[in-house]
Each structure stands twice: as structure tokens, then as C-alpha cells.
Design a protein around this ligand. Structure first.
Ligand SMILES: O=C(O)CCC(=O)C(=O)O
Ligand SMILES: [Fe+2]
Length: 299
């Protein structure tokens, strides 16, 4: 099984790197993918956009991000890319990625949680190309873990001109104010000005300065962020599309939990429509078809 394949120690974060991740809430990796592997991601996503699928999600829940050509030249998001494209899924399951995440989260096991294919066209004036400040745990209220994390994997060198992902340094350690029912809604369905105000209010509440750090990511490297780290991204002014995958990861202990809005309405994550059930009848966030194990430490 892939999870027991040894990985090169040099590619993993050192103890100092893990402490820095714990302090700042983000980590820029070494070169974890070869240029050839990244080129395969780009080619497979071209094929995906042209209609190629290894298998199809049977349903389209209203909260599913699923760009189709009829949506036009807006920012493209396609959830469950690891499920619909085996070529992409195989590269995302490369053990070293899970091993890096396991070190950062100090977890014995890492499973894939979700993956989203992203395409930000070079249209600085297009409002959907701006990713407002948010943190990913808001979408995962039905998860028990607060150690989940995300790897942002561009298909090319990615810098500020391209509208790279930008972290609000140390924000994962803030205590949160204003985290009401609306935080579970995806950023694409919220008012960016309101989200901008929310992060500023939270910084002030924590006596912190709002320090955005753009991730300058060379091809084959990736940035990791903690599930409570505020992040977002700006316009793509490069003249070329910004292409990437956002790979969301869970530690082995993560489970489904019931979570309700203030009026009692249960929150549903997209998985709850797709994954198998546990013996207790709840969504199984370790269903290998959707949430495969990427890494297990040798015990
Ligand atoms: O596309 C971006 O710049 C941000 C992606 C994102 O929100 C994430 O990776 O969690
Ligand atoms: Fe995010």
C-alpha cells in the first residue's frame, strides 16, 4: 500500500519548520512534485475541461463547486477532482505530500478530505477572480478535527502578479469573533467586503496586526495552511491563467459530527451526499473512494 512507501527525509519539514508552521499557520514546501508530474496535472486538467472523466459524481448538491463551459470566463472551481480524474488523483496521492502534512499536523495518519481544481483566468477586472479572506474550517463544521490543513499546488511558478494564495500570518491562533451561521457558506456566495471587514475585526479583537504574506511558490513546490489560517488571493495580472489544485487534508482521527445552525438546521458538507455510512449511520469521512489514506507513520 502506498502509505508505507518510504519518502525522502530531505523533502520533509524539519522540527524547526513544524514549529514555524505552528507559529505562522503556513509552510512553503520543498519540491515535492517533478516538473513532469506537474505537467501531467496541467494536461489532465485540460482534458477534464474538455469533458474527460474517469468516473462521475452521481449528484450535484447545490453547494458543489462545479464549473462547466456554459459558466463562461469566470474563475473555475471543480470539487472532487481526485474522484473524477484518476490521472490527477494518482498524483495527489503521492506519499510525500501526505508525509509532509503528517509532520505539520503531528498526525500519525493523513487522509485526503477534498480536492478542488482551480483556474483563474488573466482577467484582473473579473470579480470572481478575487478570493476573499476566509479560513477553511468554516466549511468543515461537520468535522471533529481542528488540525486539518490544505496544500495549494500550482501548475507553474506562482507569484503575486499571478494572484497567488496569500496567508494572514499567525491568524490561526486568533480567537474568533463574528463566526455566525453565515461562515459555513462558501466565499463565492458571500459579500467580499463583509469578509474583509470580518478579518479586520478579528485582528483588532486579538490585538494583532493584519500581516498578509503572499506565497511565492516555484513549480513543483506547494504551500500548506492550517484550517484556521485566514487566506485569500488577488487579481491575476500576469497575462497567463493561474492554474492550481487545492488539496484539503484530514488527520486520521477526524470524524463526522452533527453540527446545527443557531435555528437547529443541520449543516451538510458535500461529502454527506456521497460517502458511505458508518455502522452508526453517519457519513464516513474515511470512505476510501472519496477520502483515501495518503500516509500512515510506521509504528
Ligand atoms: O485560490 C486561491 O487563491 C485560494 C484557494 C483556497 O482558498 C484554498 O486553497 O483553501
Ligand atoms: Fe481556502
Amino acid at each position: 500500500m502506498t502509505a508505507t512507501i518510504p519518502v525522502e527525509e530531505d523533502l520533509l519539514p524539519s522540527e524547526a519548520d513544524v514549529r514555524s508552521y505552528e507559529e505562522h499557520g503556513w509552510y512553503l514546501s520543498k519540491k515535492l512534485l517533478t516538473d513532469a508530474e506537474v505537467d501531467v496535472l496541467a494536461a489532465a486538467s485540460d482534458a477534464f475541461y474538455a469533458g474527460a472523466r474517469t468516473r462521475r459524481l452521481g449528484k450535484r448538491p447545490s453547494t458543489l463547486a462545479y464549473w462547466e463551459p456554459s459558466h463562461g470566463p469566470v474563475q473555475r472551481h471543480n470539487d472532487y477532482i481526485h474522484y473524477e480524474s484518476d490521472t490527477i488523483g494518482t498524483i495527489l496521492r503521492k506519499p510525500v505530500i501526505g508525509a509532509v502534512a503528517a509532520r505539520l499536523a503531528r498526525a500519525a495518519e493523513i487522509r485526503l478530505f477534498q480536492s478542488t481544481l482551480i483556474y483563474k483566468p488573466p482577467r484582473p477586472e473579473e470579480p470572481t477572480n478575487l478570493v476573499p479572506w476566509h479560513f477553511d474550517l468554516h466549511y468543515w463544521q461537520t468535522c471533529t478535527s481542528d488540525r486539518m490543513l490544505t496544500a495549494f499546488i500550482p501548475f507553474h511558478d506562482c507569484d503575486e502578479e499571478m494572484g497567488t494564495i496569500t496567508m494572514v500570518d499567525g491568524s490561526h491562533r486568533w480567537t474568533e469573533i463574528g463566526g455566525g451561521d453565515s461562515t459555513t457558506r462558501h466565499f463565492a456566495h458571500r459579500d467580499p467586503a463583509e469578509l474583509d471587514q470580518l478579518v479586520r475585526d478579528n485582528a483588532r479583537h486579538n490585538g494583532a496586526e493584519m500581516r498578509p504574506v503572499p506565497m511565492v511558490i516555484p513549480k513543483g513546490h506547494m504551500s500548506f495552511h492550517h484550517c484556521r489560517t485566514y487566506h485569500g488571493s488577488g487579481a491575476n495580472r500576469s497575462g497567463r491563467p493561474r492554474r492550481a489544485i487545492s488539496l484539503h487534508l484530514q488527520d486520521g482521527e477526524n470524524r463526522y459530527r452533527e453540527y446545527g445552525l443557531s435555528d437547529g438546521t443541520p449543516v451538510r458538507y458535500n461529502h454527506d451526499h456521497f460517502v458511505r455510512r458508518t455502522p452508526e449511520g453517519t457519513p464516513d469521512y474515511s470512505d476510501p473512494d472519496f477520502c483515501p489514506v495518503l500516509w500512515q507513520s510506521h509504528r
